[in-house]
Write a protein that binds this ligand. Sequence first.
Ligand code: AKB
Length: 316
Amino acid sequence: MEKILVIGSAGQIGSELTIALRKNYGEENVFATDIKQAPKDVVEGGPFQILDVMNEKNLIHFVIRNKITQVYHLAAVLSGNAEKLPLQAWDINMRSVLNVLDLGREIGLKKIFWPSSIAVFGPTTPRVNTPQLTVMEPSTVYGISKQAGERWCEYYFNKYGLDVRSIRYPGLISYKTEAGGGTTDYAVEIFFDAVKNKKYECFLKEDASLPMMFMPDAIDSTIKLMEADADKLTIRSSYNLGGISFNPAEIAAEVKKHIPDFQITYKPDFRQKIAESWPASIDDSVARKDWDCKYEYDLPKMTKVMLEEVSKKLNK
Ligand code: AKB
């Protein structure tokens, strides 16, 4: 029986991945943890505990006590927040992934998932249809930590045979949790502000195109990668995942189809420079070949669902 630990189950990915994993593996077999209280459906839907992934001793005791076989480590400081506290963000992002990798080696975890990001690419990376293997000179603390994390994942696979798998997520859009300090989070905020106030002040320029994905597609892709036959996987750093590419003007136009008097204004801040250093679109042909990644939501379909669900969440 698989016993799965989700680290970061209060976060944007973790809160939804926990629910999906519980559906697949049984509620009592998916242990949700975070350093803060998780959403109600995570806390009440199966085992939940406050746990700090930076506390190596407590982490290993939890894993041994609960006979954990797989770990999804989703806790990290995202791009915007990491620029405000560079060394603390580096320490959290790196020490936490090394704690999990070395724990996996030491006790023989069956599988580990760790999220990388489009942030591993930098201003010298080809921006359109960015390849799986290319120039990577990230210029943000978050991107540097994700690039280093990818190198460590591949090291632990090659040196110890640890089955660690990873996806370079594009910007993720969801309605269950509020935005978490990322550069792509304008694409989450816009929906909440559109429903609340019919207007949004965007911190990126109108033409700042970025790769994005609706959370249900990201969750499906994550589980598909983790359940893929290990022999079929040719990438042990992290897989490109493309999704849908759009810019603030394009998503605003889609919102206006549902809320005709919605108004967007633009006031770029420090995150504009981060966005300009990232790809506009991603080539995920290797993920398609190795584990048949595919997604269901395009911009119109995602916008419709997001507005419906955010309206319900805000009782509008
Ligand atoms: C961020 O914007 O920092 C994240 C990411 C793209 O990894 N959402």
